[in-house]
Write a protein that binds this ligand. Structure first.
Ligand code: GAR
Length: 189
């Protein structure tokens, strides 16, 4: 699921497909977002309800529930900018993964690259975590620190954070899928 540029989505598809990972669909809630065009280009079916068309957040989340009624192992959030409500998060606990552009618990929420930059901290980072009912509070799976360089622009920092994300996220997803396969009853029989 994504709402924006979709660079992480596209890296996930290109990196993980050779390992046999199937992408059953991409859900985007923002009409015209670049992630939609990227999904089409790599042949992943797109589901794209907008808040305007759905009419309310509740109805938009109904569309999320329908999207999740297909079979899947992991729900991967890649720049999805809405909070998933408990009725969605609780049934899929342990199977919803999020990527966040800070070293959590520092800088939860949105626009956090800018917030870290403005705060003048010496380092920020990237976090992959499981999603729970809070905002960026779920169990942390992996983190990488990203130092701030003196004189660097926020755009340069953002670019370096994306590079780190593109390395980290596919690796974590692959390990999650692999560990689930290894521990599943079918594979140990
Ligand atoms: C990424 O930096 C991701 O960490 C962030 O959105 C960006 C999406 O980039 N996610 C959040 O801020 C979630 N709170 P992308 O669309 O190019 O993959």
């Amino acid at each position: 699921m994504g709402s924006g540029n979709g660079s992480n989505f596209e890296v996930l598809v290109h990196t993980l497909r050779p390992y046999g990972v199937l992408f059953s669909g991409m859900f985007c809630d923002r009409p015209g977002a670049r992630i939609i065009e990227r999904a089409r280009r790599v042949g992943v079916p797109v589901v794209q309800p907008s808040l305007e068309a759905a009419g309310s957040r509740r109805k938009l989340n109904d569309a999320v529930e329908i999207f999740l009624s297909q079979t899947f192992d992991l729900l991967v959030l890649a720049g999805y900018m809405r909070i998933l409500p408990p009725r969605i998060v609780i049934p899929y606990a342990g199977r919803v993964v999020n990527l966040h552009p800070s070293f959590l618990p520092a800088f939860p929420g949105i626009n956090v690259i800018q917030k870290a930059y403005d705060a003048g901290v010496s380092e920020t980072g990237v976090t992959v975590h499981l999603v729970d009912e809070g905002v960026d509070t779920g169990p942390i799976l992996a983190q990488i620190r990203v130092p701030m360089f003196p004189g660097e622009s926020v755009e340069q920092l953002e670019e370096r954070i994306h590079l780190v994300e593109h390395q980290l996220y596919p690796w974590v997803i692959l390990h999650l899928l692999a560990s689930r396969l290894v521990s599943s009853p079918a594979s140990s029989a």
